[in-house]
Design a protein around this ligand. Structure first.
Ligand code: ATP
Ligand code: LTN
Length: 326
């Protein structure tokens, strides 16, 4: 059976790009594959954070993942730091990745530029991500477009490790949706929407109430003419709304633009579609949030199942790389 693995950081409240670019696929893929999904709290340590906030975000993100439709009976859902093999395998990955490869990663450049403190972990971040993926003999990794480069690097690391030390890891591939793969910030359509950027008006959160979603979409940056068509280069704001509308209604952006003539109509169609899409997610989230003990029980079970797979792969990798076993 195809093995799927993906991860999301507990670095803020889940935003629409996470949902359309990744989580929708996660839910679909749990039905037909052997899917493993991870809340990557170790990755959240790569930037400055508040410890108490990280703890509560880890719990609420796990609840949000269940609210969007992940079912711990159908997939393995766990927290990265609960399975020590990730941190241990990351060292093997750091010693297999080249410094020059890590230096070329655009996420590192984006997240380090302009910051006084840049952690070494932010630089080696993709090596930990490679460990996450390779520990599970992963075939497919559902992610948004921004992660394509990290998955390519993971492939290169796996191929290099296998050729130096013998067949050890499965070489994975990225699965990126055809629409919604790169949702842009509503106020800065040249930047991707993200949970940790400080752009409250440009980011739609999955927990935003309907009136807030409506307001944010209404204020979204467009341009000075009033023509609705998809052209990312010349009409980034309008194209972003069309992508969102398309992804929320299962259409391409071009299909979504049919019959819409003015920006006002585009904005009301988009906010309506998003509100409709998020309504059941919000209802389920508030049900789950009432019972943190049950979530804790489920993630403990998830960690146990994950550890079983990860420890076997790590042992194989340690053996092949030449670590002496007593
Ligand atoms: P941060 O702001 O902390 O970097 P993020 O919002 O970028 O967080 P991640 O936890 O890094 O989210 O990513 C989780 C998943 O969501 C990844 O698969 C990523 O590719 C996807 N994703 C994130 N932002 C977008 C976006 N704007 N459009 C489409 N997919 C996205
Ligand atoms: N780097 C990813 C999060 C992430 C991930 C993973 C995604 C960590 N480990 C393994 C896929 C597979 C991000 O910043 N979105």
């Amino acid at each position: 059976m195809t093995r799927v693995f993906s991860g999301i950081k507990p670095s803020g409240s889940v935003q629409l790009g996470n949902y359309l670019g990744a989580l929708q696929n996660w839910v679909l893929m749990q039905e037909e594959t052997d899917a493993v999904y991870c809340v990557v709290d170790l990755h959240a340590l790569t930037v400055l954070h508040d410890p108490e906030e990280l703890k509560s975000s880890t719990l609420s993100l796990t609840q949000m993942l269940m609210a969007v439709g992940l079912d711990p009976e159908r997939c393995i859902l766990f927290v990265q730091s609960h399975v020590k093999e990730h941190a241990e395998c990351a060292w093997l990955m750091e010693c297999t990745a080249a410094f020059g490869e890590l230096r070329r990663m655009t996420q590192f450049k984006d997240k380090s530029t302009g910051n006084d403190f840049v952690s070494a972990g932010l630089f080696t971040y993709p090596a930990l991500q490679a460990a996450d993926i390779l520990l599970y003999d992963t075939n497919q990794v559902p992610v948004g477009e921004d992660q394509r480069q990290h998955i390519e690097l993971t492939r290169d690391i796996a191929i290099r490790f296998n050729s130096r030390f013998g067949e050890t890891f499965t070489v994975p591939e990225a699965v990126i949706p055809s629409s919604g793969a790169r949702v842009m910030d509503l106020q800065h359509p040249e930047k991707k929407m993200s949970k940790s950027e400080d752009s409250p008006q440009g980011t739609i959160l999955l927990l935003d109430p309907p009136d807030v979603i409506e307001k944010k979409v209404k204020r979204a940056v467009t341009d000075s003419d009033d023509e609705v068509f998809f052209d990312i280069e010349n009409k980034p704001g309008v194209s972003n709304l069309l992508s969102i509308l398309g992804a929320a209604t299962g259409k391409t952006p071009q299909e979504a633009s049919k019959g819409i003539e003015r920006y006002g109509d585009l904005k009301s169609a988009t906010s309506e579609a998003v509100i409709e899409l998020l309504k059941p997610v919000q209802e389920k989230y508030f049900d789950l949030a009432d019972d943190p003990a049950e979530t804790n029980r489920l993630i403990a079970k998830g960690a146990e199942k994950a550890r079983e797979v990860a420890s076997a792969t790590l042992s194989r990798a340690q053996e092949n790389i030449g670590l002496f076993k007593h």
